[in-house]
Each structure stands twice: as structure tokens, then as C-alpha cells.
Design a protein around this ligand. Sequence first.
Ligand code: 5AD
Length: 364
Amino acid sequence: MTDNITKILEKKEFTRSDLVILLNENSPDGIEKIRSKAYSIMKENIGEEVFLRGLIEFSNVCHNDCYYCGIRKSNKNIKRYTLEDKEIIESALWCAEQGYGSLVLQSGERQDKAFIDLVVNLVKKIKKETRSDKLPDGLGITLCVGEQSKDIYKQFFDAGAHRYLLRIETSNPELYKNLHPDLQSFHNRVKCLDYLKEVGFQVGTGVMIGLPHQTTEDLADDILFFKNYDIDMIGMGPFIVHKDTPLNYLFDVYLKKKRYIYELSLKMIAITRIFLKDVNIASTTALQAMYPMGREAGLMFGANVIMPLLTPNKVRKEYQLYDGKPCIDEFSNDCFDCIQLRIESTGRSVAFNVYGDSKHFTHK
Ligand code: 5AD
């Protein structure tokens, strides 16, 4: 049976049905073949170093109402917060001192002027205050603050951010519709990816894996979408039920499917690596939320980016997109020691004081 897998893995280009066959492979031997191929493709194209991006979840105020997400606006069980500039800068300085090289500023989605100004000013301040001999232009900044107009994206870019993450969640418009209120359109989300590219950002997107009614054909289409949109960075992870969302009735079903979704997520990382070769792929916290060694496994399946959590301790529990988020009561220092050890435990080393840009972007 795995002879077929070997044959597909030897091909130069995969068809959609090849992708589906690989995604459906469940034998340990077959999965190991996929993993090992992904690892060698990674090694050949971008090397084995792991890039770090300190993640600051600076606000959980969100105007969206995604049916799966713990910070959706209708969830009244969390305290809404927006960190003070001072606290964010402090975390950014800490990040630069550790040699992480890059920062991700993430928040709920808002489009009001006060929010835009806050982001623009933060980016400018962080770029300026984190300059050093090692990083003459300051930390690399990735933004993850949702759908905005092209003009606003340009303001963010001109302020000094150079990478942007905006997950499409799924490339199937029907599935997207089932997971979001009518006001949130798939079409607009995709249009934002075009804007980001036009403005000059390195563009990251991604999907959730194991969504209700999602098939392996849908996941194959997600990978083809990444290719067609010439995406530079990918962040994917398992869908995890959150108790205060409309999808919470799925809890028992998901408990039974947990292992399957975890393995499917790892296969998605590996197959995306084999197919796209030189993109950056993050091993996401959601993998670790499912199984404690999930992020290390992501690295073994071809991911090359880890985003250690730098959000100040006091608000971490208010930023739970899904249940079981790890590290919600640790200090970031613990995460630092822990993250390096965890990465080294996989035989990989961390690249310090570099932006770690996507080779796919720099090769263009
Ligand atoms: N399970 C897994 N991932 C989730 N996200 C939001 N809610 C969940 C959930 N319940 C992801 C989305 C979003 C990213 C910031 O977090 O993909 O784009």
C-alpha cells in the first residue's frame, strides 16, 4: 500500500488527487515516508534552522463573531483588554534582548481610527526602540490584525511592519460561510491577501484543520490555494472546540477525533512543505494545545517557525481562541528557556538575531 505513497512522493509535481491520497494516508509507515520527505525538502531548500517570533496578543477586543473563536464579540465570559503601549514596548524590548529577531503583534479585528493609529504608532515605536548593533533596523514586525483597507495596510507597511498574517481559515467558500456570520465574507478576506501583496508585505495565510464537514479534498484545495496565491508564510493548526462558542456542541465528537485531527494537521504541514518547498511554515501553539509535544512534532514534519508567547501573564487567560491553550500561567522567561530546549530536543538549532524572512519571498 505504501508503495503508492513512495511513487507519489517521487513525482516532481502533485495533482489534486495525489494531495488527497497523501492526506488520506494513515499507516504509520506511510506517514513516516511523508514526514521524512518533507524534512529533506526543507533541509535542501531552506535549511534546518528555526526562526522565532515573539507573539504579543495586545488586545482581545474584536468586532468579528466567528463561530469557532473564543474572543468572538458575543463571548461575554472574558474580560476585554488592550495593553498599554508601555507594556507592549517592554515585551518587545525583552524579545529583542533574547535575540528573537522578530515580533508578531496580534489582536482581535477592529477597523476604527483609534485602533489603526494605535497599531501604526506601536510599529513605529518598536522599530525605533529595538534598534541595536545586532538589529540595526530594530525587530522584524509581523502584524496579525485582520481585514483592513488597502490604504490602511499601506500605512502599516510604511510604519515599518513587513510581514502580515491573515488566515483564510478554509479555501472552501461554503465552509467559510458556515463558520462566519453573513457580514464576514470569504471574498473580502481573499481580497485582503491581494491588497497585502500589492502593498509589499510578505504574506502569510493558513487554515484550520478538522473543521466540521471539511474533507481531505478541501484540505488539498487549501494547499493549491497557497500555491496559486503565491503565499510566503503558512500558519495552520487543528480546530479545537472552545466552550463559549456556538460550536461547543461538538465537544464530544471532537474528543473522539482528536488523534486523527492531530495527525492530519501534521500531514498538512508535511505535504505543504513538499509542495511549496521554500515558504516559512509555523508550528502552531494549537498543536501543542492538543498534545504537549505537538510543536516539536510540527518541526519534525517540516515547519521552521515557532512563535513563543510573550503576552504579559496577567491577560493570557483572556486570549484563548480555543480551549486548552498552553502556557497561560507561565512567565515569558519560562517560555524562553523552555522553547530553546524544546527546539534543540528535535536536533534543530535556533537562528538568533535574524528576521528569518521567507525564502519564497526573497527569491522573487
Ligand atoms: N481552534 C483553532 N484555531 C482557532 N483560531 C481561532 N479559533 C480557533 C479554534 N477554536 C485560529 C484562527 C485565527 C487564528 C488567529 O486563530 O485560524 O485566524
